[in-house]
Design a protein around this ligand. Structure first.
Ligand SMILES: Nc1ncnc2c1ncn2[C@@H]1O[C@H](COP(=O)(O)OP(=O)(O)O)[C@@H](O)[C@H]1O
Ligand SMILES: O=P(O)(O)OC[C@H]1O[C@](O)(CO)[C@@H](O)[C@@H]1O
Ligand SMILES: [Mg+2]
Length: 459
């Protein structure tokens, strides 16, 4: 708990994305029912076409079945607003809860009793606002009479703001179904996200608040930014991704203007390669730290031109390939730290001159996986005490194998110019839900990293 206590002394800013996650737990009958409704042949054909957006129900079924077959965490944008009716007619939602990296991380850090958590999201409808935990350390920036003040998000909602609902499909390892004559068993538990991508939802800082970002930067010890995956290439009012990314860059520079506040970017799946490339090239060079999962590192490397390596990571998830890919990314984007979370292990890659020792970096990852294990066990983390639940969760059964493969990889690859550390995950066998576990890992890793930097006088 020592490291967590140190981290809890920090103040953190987090933006931009929040949404409602409407979660459905998939069982055999539901999946089979979907395949039977559309016909295995049609589903298979659409899987081969690999739609990158959901325009009609078959796009959804095809990408879902593909995700279930690989057991990979995936997210596909929903661009046709009318499909909400179809989803409503086919699924009942087991739970509705806070979604979006910024929303999940704000609730997590506030519940862990961090000194102060400032959360900003450009759309704050009443329903969204009510999904924030009722904690006095959780604040939303408001400009009043030309001055920056803070209120609890529940007191800052705006009646007419749009609300964004993502559909989350939780799937569990071992569930089986038939695609024609092929019997499929889901290899890993995880989630498939249908991300609402409509014109009305934009990722930006409102013009009135923007001038106060340097002041916010001064007030916090670190910032966790996410949601860029929600930017669209083009909007009907003539704005485009370049516009929003230019503004996003300005936001980071403004946050850092008065004090070089460390910024973590939590990456999320971006299906469109052009947009993915823009987000990487515009933003990665400006931030200090980036976090992502195994599917995302593969997609990032693919966008940077390393398609063979990307394919290998996506298909085999070998530690050696992930280390190699991580080194490339840390180097090309000159990141201070890159954190990759996968189902069996979590990894940090930094340059060799990082102020933290390998042991310290490992302890940061330990904290991260313990938090995720607590959330997976409980469904939610509601107090610092919950951390102890995570400590009871054993490391996954491949833990020793992970360490062995990592040592081999280190011997084979040149790693002298880097610090590379890895830990096996504490994996909950029957998680209450898995959506947001990556956000939990990244928030735990980044804040404990900052806490150790601070102790060394390096923050
Ligand atoms: N059952 C589980 N118990 C503990 N940790 C888990 C479990 N399932 C997944 N995780 C962790 O959560 C991570 C999921 O991250 P990610 O794919 O980014 O999800 P999200 O974006 O929904 O937060 C995995 O890489 C793994 O480390
Ligand atoms: O890309 P979007 O639509 O902002 O959604 C992000 C999704 O990722 C999560 O934040 C989990 O990481 C979900 O809660 C949410 O549905
Ligand atoms: Mg994630």
């Amino acid at each position: 708990m020592g490291l967590l206590d140190d981290a809890r002394e920090l103040s953190i800013y987090t933006a931009y994305n929040t949404n409602v996650d409407a979660i459905t737990f998939l069982d055999e009958e539901t999946v089979q029912g979907l395949i039977d409704e559309f016909g295995a042949e049609a589903v298979r054909k659409r899987m081969d076409e690999y739609p990158r957006e959901i325009n009609e129900p078959l796009d959804f079924v095809a990408r879902l079945v593909h995700a279930l077959k690989t057991g990979k965490p995936m997210a596909v944008p929903l661009v046709n607003e009318e499909l909400h009716t179809w989803f409503d007619s086919h699924f009942k939602y087991d739970i509705e809860r806070m979604g979006g990296q910024a929303g999940i991380i704000a609730n997590l850090l506030a519940s862990l009793d961090f000194r102060r958590v400032i959360v900003y999201t450009p759309h704050l409808a009443r329903k969204q606002a009510e999904m924030f935990v009722d904690r006095p350390n959780l604040l939303y920036p408001v400009v009043e009479d030309g001055r920056l003040t803070f209120r609890h998000p529940r007191e800052a909602y705006r009646e007419n703001d749009p609300i964004k609902v993502n559909r989350i499909f939780e799937f569990r390892a071992g569930t089986t179904f038939k695609l024609g004559s092929e019997r499929i068993t889901i290899p890993f538990s995880g989630r498939f996200i249908v991300s609402a991508r409509f014109e009305s939802i934009r990722i930006y800082t409102e013009p009135e608040l923007k001038p106060f970002l340097p002041e916010i930067g001064l007030q916090v010890d670190g910032a966790i930014l996410s949601g860029y995956q929600g930017i669209k290439l083009r909007y009907s009012d003539g704005k485009d991704a370049n516009h929003y990314l230019r503004e996003a860059k300005r936001d980071i520079l403004l946050l850092k203007r008065e004090k070089d506040v460390k910024v973590h970017l939590e990456f999320a799946s971006i299906q469109n390669r052009e947009l993915r490339k823009k987000v990487i090239y515009n933003l990665f060079p400006l931030v200090d730290s980036v976090g992502m999962d195994e599917a995302e590192i593969a997609h990032v490397l693919n966008a940077l031109g390393y398609s063979k390596l990307a394919e290998r990571i996506f298909t085999y998830n070998r530690i050696e390939d992930t280390v190699l890919g991580g080194k490339i990314l840390v180097d090309e984007m000159n990141l201070e730290v890159l954190q990759i979370h996968t189902i069996y292990y979590i990894m940090y890659i930094t340059h060799a001159d990082n102020p933290l020792s390998e042991g310290e970096l490992r302890s940061s990852l330990e904290l991260a996986t313990t938090l995720a294990a607590a959330r997976a066990s409980l469904g939610d983390i509601t107090s610092p005490e919950d951390f102890k639940i995570g400590m009871k969760v054993p490391y996954n059964e491949y833990g020793e194998f992970v360490k062995l493969r990592f040592e081999e990889a280190k011997r084979r690859l040149r790693t002298r110019e880097y610090k590379v550390v890895i830990i096996p995950t504490r994996l909950v066998r029957n998680p209450v839900s898995t959506v947001g576990l990556g956000d939990t890992i990244s928030a735990g890793a980044f804040t404990s990293y900052l806490a150790m930097l601070r102790k060394k006088g390096k923050l």
